[in-house]
Write a protein that binds this ligand. Structure first.
Ligand SMILES: Nc1ncnc2c1ncn2[C@@H]1O[C@H](COP(=O)(O)OP(=O)(O)O)[C@@H](O)[C@H]1O
Ligand SMILES: [Mg+2]
Length: 411
């Protein structure tokens, strides 16, 4: 059975819900101080199996039991009924800063957290720089973490978790807190873990991310499994039931909190949406978006990578000084105007994103959504990714060669 990393069988977990918090002293005394309570079933006979080396998503509304299930798998909570078998070293990223002590410094917390997750002092010593580097908190590492922003908390916590090199990594939503760059880094790390045969169990509201990233998924409602299976099927079923979620024609990976989403990317040349272009073309990249809520000061972003992942260009509306006051719920578009496409022939991937006003929260990031083939145009230059629109000029005739010794061979 060792092709199954986590096996959850008939698991139920109830919480006590106390009624009448403002009971009178008399009532409290009469009831023997215990108070009336009812049982609330947060998990109701849940069974599922997570195959080793796969990425497994948990979907469901708030309160559907996702976090409770992760905590049971991580053995932070004990189920009332049923059993959970886990085969492999686990690291869990459950809540922002869980396991962090606010008064200790970042450095101390790395050691404390690392030890809790089963790393030796030596192991942490050797990974310390890499952890701090991944989290990007070098300058703050000797400050108490209570001074950290929630983003810094998450980054440091996540950095420690992945450096445990867990065989099974549990991640509960927290990643939504990080910025675009950090989320990209996490996605890369997940891919790396996946490629090296690790198992990742992830809870996210970014359901398109789940769709493209997870192999399989389970959909929970009121503590019960509605459906479990192939991620695309489960996510689509969940999205249909949820109505509001738009699907996009793309093979890319996406993530983000989803209040607003990029629904389509057009690459317009002479008014036509095309996937082939020429060097020097006047191009309009048109982003179509759909917003569920009013979004204040949204930041739109676009970037282009070569097919082998070299970051060629990126721009967002904040840097461009083009900030919309707000967008209302509904559908809209925004254009990015490129006067003359300055890349040489090759294949390029286009990504787009919507973030908040200071680009610290990602509503939607759609990576490598469309692929463009660029053919030879003007200017035509010889090599590389970009064109400089250069020319050769001013050839000077060679100076006469000064030969001092005629008997030495000329090189
Ligand atoms: N410690 C607790 N005490 C009482 N109720 C809890 C506790 N933890 C979770 N719950 C309840 O259990 C349900 C499932 O919660 P949770 O697993 O956090 O859902 P999700 O992560 O899907 O949003 C919710 O109704 C929540 O209020
Ligand atoms: Mg939760």
């Amino acid at each position: 059975m060792n092709d199954i990393a986590v096996s959850v069988r008939d698991v139920s977990k109830a919480f006590r819900v106390y009624e009448g918090r403002n009971r009178s002293l008399k009532a409290a005394l009469l009831s023997g101080g215990r108070g009336k309570h009812s049982e609330f079933l947060a998990l109701d006979d849940v069974s599922l199996e997570i195959p080793r080396g796969t990425t497994f998503g948990l979907l469901g509304h708030n309160g559907s039991g996702k976090s409770t299930l992760l905590k049971c798998i991580a053995r932070i909570l004990t189920p009332d009924r049923g059993s959970i078998a886990v085969d492999g070293r686990i690291a869990a990223m459950l809540e922002v800063g869980s396991g962090f002590h606010p008064n200790l410094t970042g450095r101390e917390n790395v050691y404390l957290n690392g030890a809790i997750l089963g790393m030796s002092k030596k192991e942490i010593d050797s990974k310390f720089d890499s952890i701090v580097d991944f989290a990007g908190v070098e300058r703050f590492i000797d400050q108490p973490v209570k001074n950290y922003s929630s983003g810094m908390y998450v980054r440091l916590g996540f950095a420690v978790s992945i450096h445990v090199e867990p065989e099974i990594l549990l991640v509960d939503e927290v990643l939504a807190v990080g910025d675009l760059q950090f989320q990209e880094k996490c996605m890369d790390k997940f891919s790396e873990l996946k490629a090296s045969g690790r198992t990742v169990v992830v809870v996210s509201h970014a359901i398109e991310q789940m769709r493209t990233f997870c192999d399989s998924a389970a959909w929970l409602r009121n503590g019960k499994v509605v459906d479990v299976g192939d991620a695309m099927t489960i996510v689509d079923a969940y999205a249909d039931a949820e109505h509001h979620v738009r699907r996009v024609e793309s093979g890319g990976v996406r993530f983000g909190s989803g209040e607003a989403m990029i629904t389509k990317i057009e690459w317009l040349v002479d008014g036509t949406d095309t996937r082939t272009s020429k060097t020097g073309d006047e191009v309009t990249i048109r982003l179509h978006y759909h917003s569920e809520a009013e979004i204040a000061r949204p930041t739109f972003g676009v970037s282009v990578d070569t097919r082998d992942g070299v970051f060629v260009w990126g721009h967002h509306s904040l840097d461009s000084g083009y900030v919309a006051e707000s967008i209302r719920p509904g559908d809209g578009t925004i254009d990015v105007l490129i006067p003359a496409l300055p890349v040489r022939p090759g294949t390029f991937d286009v990504s787009a994103s919507i973030q908040d006003g200071d680009a610290s929260h990602v509503y939607d990031a759609l990576q490598k959504a469309i692929r463009i083939d660029v053919l030879a145009g003007h200017p035509f230059e010889s090599g590389g990714v970009t064109t400089f629109n250069s020319r050769f000029a001013n050839l000077q005739p060679p100076r006469p060669l000064v030969v001092s010794r005629l008997d030495e061979p000329v090189r």
